[in-house]
Design a protein around this ligand. Structure first.
Ligand SMILES: Cc1ncc(COP(=O)(O)O)c(C=O)c1O
Length: 439
C-alpha cells in the first residue's frame, strides 16, 4: 500500500504585526521527543566522540530551556515577513539584502526554466549536465564582474572548494584573513596546502607574512569583500598593492558584497575603484543578493578551462539546477536595472536600525554593511535574547561557539531593502523591550 504524500501548503505572511502581541511561544524543537528526558540522551556507539557528546549536551540544554533557536521551519517564502511554526513573524536574519526574494520577474524565469529544462540536469557539468542556461549565466556573470570568463557551481561552498582544489598545488602556500568563511578553510584542508592566517584586516601582519622566506612556488592571498560575522569591508586597494609588491595572487570572496557595493552593484572592486584585472579570481555565492542557490568564479578564460577539468565540484557533483540557474540569470538582469535604487534603500534601513540599536545601548561592532552584529559576549544571554525576540515575533539568529570564538557570542541581524520603516520601528521597539536581558 502506498501512503498519500503529505499536503504542504505555503501561506502568505501578514506584514503588519505588532511586537506588543507578545505570545508565550518559544522557538520550537525540530527533534521530536529526542530531548524530552531530564537527562541528555546516551550517545550511540558509532557517534562516541567529544564533539558529538558536546553537541548532544548543548542541544539538550537549549531544548530543555525552550531556547533552541536554529532550524525554525518556514511555511512561507522568506522575506521581511514570514510564517514560521504557524506564526506571522518578522525575519531579521535573511541574506536577501536587496529584497529580491519573490520578485515576479525572477520567479517567472525560474518557473519557465522548469517547464523548458526540467527539474534537474541529469548529471555533472562535465558530462551530461551543461545546458544553455549555464552558458548564458556564465556570460552574464563575466560581463557583470568585468572578467573574461566565469564558471558556476551548485553552491558558493562548492565554488570555494573548486577554486582552491582546482588551482592551488601542494607546493604553493595560502595566506588567509583569519575571518574567512568555513568553506575556504575546508577547501584548504582538502588541498593539504601550507596555510597561514593574518590578523583580521591587519595589513602590517599580512606584509610580514608575505615577506617571510618561503620555498612555496606561488603565494595566494584569500580574503572576503565583506566579512559575514562583523559586517566590515576588506581594505582592498592596499591588499592589491601588497599582492603586486610580492608577486602573489589574489582570491576574493564576494558572497556578501556582490550586489551591495559600487555604483552598479558590481561589488567591492567597483566600490574602491580597483581594476578587476588585479583580482585573479572572484568567488561568490548566489544565495544572498542573488536570491537563488549556486556559486561562481569569475577569472580568465584559461583559468575557467583548467577548472572545468580539475575542479572536482565541476566534474563530480551535480550542475546548478535549471530553476536556480534561470533565477540567477534573471536576478542579474534585475540588479542591473533596479540594483542602485535598492542598494540605497538597504543602506538607509541599515543605518536607521544601527542608529537606534546604539541609542538603546547595544554593541553593534564596526559594521559597514547591512550585516549588523549585536555583540553580547555571553552564550546564555545571547540565546535568551534570541528566544525573547522570538516570543515577540522576530526571528534573529544567534551566532554562538563553535561558529565564533567563546566570548564573542552575538545575534547577527541582516537588513534588507524590503523592510518598511514600520517593520524596523517594531523591531526597534522589541529590542528596547529586551534590553534588560543583556545588562
Ligand atoms: C563568505 C561566504 N562564502 C561562501 C559561502 C557559501 O555559500 P553557499 O551558502 O551558497 O554555499 C557563504 C555562505 O554563507 C559565505 O558567507
Amino acid at each position: 500500500m502506498t501512503s498519500k504524500p503529505q499536503e504542504l501548503a505555503a501561506v502568505a505572511p501578514r506584514e503588519v504585526l505588532t511586537v506588543t502581541e507578545e505570545t508565550n511561544s518559544a522557538p520550537q524543537s525540530p527533534f521530536g521527543d529526542q530531548f524530552s528526558d531530564v537527562e541528555a540522551p546516551e550517545l550511540e556507539p558509532m557517534l562516541k566522540s567529544s564533539v558529538a557528546r558536546r553537541w548532544i549536551r548543548d542541544i539538550h540544554d537549549m531544548v530543555g530551556n525552550d531556547m533552541y533557536p536554529f532550524q525554525q521551519t518556514m511555511q512561507s517564502k522568506s522575506g521581511p515577513a514570514v510564517v514560521s511554526n504557524s506564526r506571522d513573524m518578522f525575519m531579521l536574519s535573511s541574506y536577501d539584502y536587496l529584497g529580491l526574494l519573490g520578485h515576479p520577474y525572477i520567479e517567472n524565469a525560474s518557473i519557465n526554466a522548469i517547464r523548458n529544462y526540467g527539474t534537474g540536469t541529469g548529471g555533472a557539468r562535465m558530462l551530461a549536465g551543461t545546458n544553455q542556461l549555464h552558458r548564458a549565466l556564465e556570460a552574464k556573470i563575466a560581463a557583470f564582474k568585468r572578467k573574461p570568463a566565469a564558471i558556476t557551481f551548485s553552491s558558493g561552498y562548492m565554488a570555494n572548494l573548486a577554486v582552491i582544489n582546482g588551482i592551488v598545488q601542494k607546493s604553493d602556500r595560502i595566506i588567509i584573513d583569519e575571518n574567512v568563511h568555513r568553506s575556504l578553510i575546508d577547501a584548504i584542508y582538502m588541498a593539504q596546502v601550507e596555510c597561514v592566517k593574518f590578523r583580521h584586516n591587519d595589513l602590517e601582519h599580512l606584509r610580514e607574512l608575505l615577506a617571510e622566506e618561503t620555498t612555496a612556488k606561488k603565494t595566494f592571498i584569500v580574503i572576503e569583500g565583506v566579512y559575514s560575522m562583523e559586517g566590515d569591508l576588506c581594505p582592498l586597494p592596499e591588499i592589491v598593492e601588497l599582492k603586486k609588491e610580492f608577486g602573489a595572487y589574489l582570491i576574493l570572496d564576494e558572497s556578501h558584497s556582490l550586489g551591495l557595493y559600487g555604483e552598479n552593484c558590481r561589488g567591492v572592486d567597483e566600490h574602491f575603484n580597483v581594476n578587476p584585472e588585479d583580482i585573479d579570481v572572484f568567488t561568490s555565492a548566489m544565495s544572498k543578493c542573488v536570491p537563488s542557490g549556486g556559486g561562481f568564479l569569475a577569472c580568465s578564460e584559461q583559468t575557467v578551462t583548467v577548472l572545468q577539468h580539475s575542479a572536482t565540484p565541476f566534474v563530480f557533483s551535480c550542475a546548478m539546477s535549471p530553476a536556480n540557474t534561470a533565477a540567477c540569470l534573471a536576478a542579474f538582469e534585475v540588479i542591473e536595472k533596479e540594483g542602485p535604487e535598492r542598494l540605497k534603500k538597504v543602506f538607509e534601513n541599515a543605518n536607521y536600525l544601527k542608529k537606534h540599536l546604539k541609542r538603546l545601548g547595544y554593541n553593534v561592532g564596526k559594521t559597514q554593511s547591512p550585516i549588523i552584529p549585536v555583540i553580547i559576549g555571553n552564550k546564555e544571554k545571547t540565546l535568551r535574547l534570541s528566544a525573547r525576540l522570538y516570543a515577540l515575533g522576530i526571528l534573529a539568529n544567534p551566532v554562538i561557539f563553535p561558529a565564533i570564538p567563546p566570548g564573542e557570542d552575538r545575534l547577527r541581524l541582516c537588513v534588507t531593502a524590503a523592510q518598511s520603516k514600520y517593520m524596523l520601528d517594531e523591531i526597534i521597539l522589541a529590542f528596547g523591550m529586551c534590553r534588560s536581558i543583556v545588562e
